[in-house]
Design a protein around this ligand. Structure first.
Ligand code: UDP
Length: 443
């Protein structure tokens, strides 16, 4: 029985609680999901840490926001005291919540909710392929397949996870294997202990992977993406977006511009920045490049090489943060050089934009592998980040037949993404089922 307030809700609508992991790539899909549920008549409360709290000015009207603890609530591994705060916040809710939708990384918060009798749904902000890989991860470790023992094993295929290779499941160069194993195990446990797993993907994209997850999970699975296309207008950017780049794009030829962005966390060293700058300039293709203030490791300032700005002035634009979804949807964009965070990958797929892939860590290698080998809508920039390598890759995407083929396939996928969010499409049906589940959960 729920320890949380059981007084009847005024007006009859049920309240859904949501708790994102406080990073951009997790906040975006959670708030997009909030918008989808709100549009279906549910009331919304968003829990968040003080760290990376949603900007008050950009908070959607009609939601409640509740601060829980100061720091990153990965309290499962780093005790921060957030669990106690969260329990208190849950007990203060003055109407019975239908459920808590929790990021799959926040297993600790899920345990608190269950202890207080609040059912949970889990949001996976990555691809279905990634969850499937995580489900297989413990057994691969037990068998001694992971972590790879030497360099020769890195490009060996993983049984049952085609086309993934061992190197795609080396998730971090800095986090120890044991810590990574614990994080992954908790993601899988939180999913299996929930009343359902919500995945930001669509069935035409990852049908086989979704089917395997359904078979292996034992809980309902809702594929309801691409969420940003269903929840149009959901605002959740932590940084101010420079919209002047949209005016600049208006002046460029259709399909001519390369968009370069590595998400909210990935960074490069000063040498890579210089090589990227000259690679882009030497390709002589128009480009829009996002360089966040913290993009360059170690230094406090961005040191673009002398002569670059003059060289690129007529063809390029650099911004510190872009309205990425609108940029990718702009007709001037012809390619995306990305780190393959799942949101960026899905946003690119939704707009039919082929990709140059440069994954950094986490699930990005898995996403890049699928882009290259399953959907065939991009290719990996292999080897060192030097200017010639970059220039060749840009040329391949824009000027070679191979790039044209990728663009054609990307447009095909865009059509499928568009169909799945139309009335009767698979993701709309998924949302119907999800809302029905939320309305009938016993609280
Ligand atoms: N993003 C943005 N402006 C930018 C770069 C990125 O709004 O200039 C957004 C992007 O649209 C995506 C998110 O930030 O929704 C990044 O998430 P992703 O999963 O791609 O990568 P992460 O930041 O988690 O590595």
């Amino acid at each position: 029985a729920s320890a949380v307030n059981k007084a009847p809700a005024s007006g009859g609508a049920r309240r859904v609680l949501l708790f994102p992991l406080p990073f951009q790539g997790h906040i975006n899909p959670m708030l997009q999901l909030a918008a989808v549920l709100h549009a279906r008549g549910l009331r919304v409360t968003v829990f968040h840490s003080a760290f990376n709290a949603p900007e008050p000015a950009r908070r959607p009207a009609g939601y409640r926001f509740v601060t829980v603890g100061a720091s990153v609530p990965i309290a499962d591994l780093i005790p921060t005291g957030s669990h106690g705060n969260f329990a208190e916040a849950l007990l203060r809710i003055n109407e019975p919540p239908a459920c808590l939708v929790v990021d799959s990384n926040l297993r600790g918060m899920q345990v608190v909710a269950h202890r207080l009798g609040v059912p949970t749904l889990v949001l996976r902000t990555g691809a279905a392929a990634c969850l499937l890989a995580y489900m297989a991860f413990p057994a691969l470790c037990d068998k001694g397949v992971l972590p790879p023992q030497d360099h020769l094993q890195l490009n060996m295929q993983l049984d049952g996870l085609h086309p993934l290779q061992q190197q795609d499941m080396v998730f971090s160069a800095t986090i120890p294997h044991e810590t990574m194993s614990t994080l992954i195990e908790r993601i899988v446990v939180s999913s299996m202990c929930s009343s359902g797993v919500i995945i930001n993907t669509f069935s035409d994209l990852e049908d086989a992977e979704l089917q395997k997850i359904i078979d292996g999970m034992g809980v309902p699975v809702y594929a309801i993406g691409p969420l940003h296309k269903i929840s149009l207008g959901a605002q959740s950017s932590l940084l101010a977006q420079d919209r002047t780049c949209l005016d600049w794009l208006d002046k460029q030829e259709v399909g001519s511009v390369l968009f370069v962005s590595f998400g909210s966390l990935a960074s490069m060293d000063q040498e890579e920045l210089v090589e990227t700058a000259w690679g882009l300039a030497n390709s002589r293709m128009p480009f829009l490049w996002v360089i966040r203030p913290d993009s360059v490791q170690g230094s406090g300032k961005i040191g673009l090489p002398d002569g670059f700005e003059e060289e690129a002035r007529d063809r390029g634009m650099v911004v510190s943060w872009a309205p990425q979804q609108e940029v990718l949807g702009h007709q001037a964009i012809g390619g995306f050089w990305t780190h393959n965070g799942w949101n960026s990958t899905l946003e690119s797929i939704s707009e039919g934009v082929p990709m140059i892939c440069r994954p950094h860590f986490g699930d990005q290698m898995i996403n890049a592998r699928y882009v290259q080998e399953v959907w065939k809508i991009g290719f990996r920039l292999e080897g060192k980040m030097d200017r010639d390598n970059i220039q060749r890759s840009v040329k391949k995407l824009f000027c070679h037949d191979q790039g044209g083929e990728m663009r054609r396939r990307a447009n095909n996928l865009k059509d499928k993404a568009t169909r799945c969010i139309m009335k009767g499409g698979s993701s709309q049906t998924g949302i119907d089922l999800l809302v029905n589940c939320i309305m009938t959960l016993p609280s």
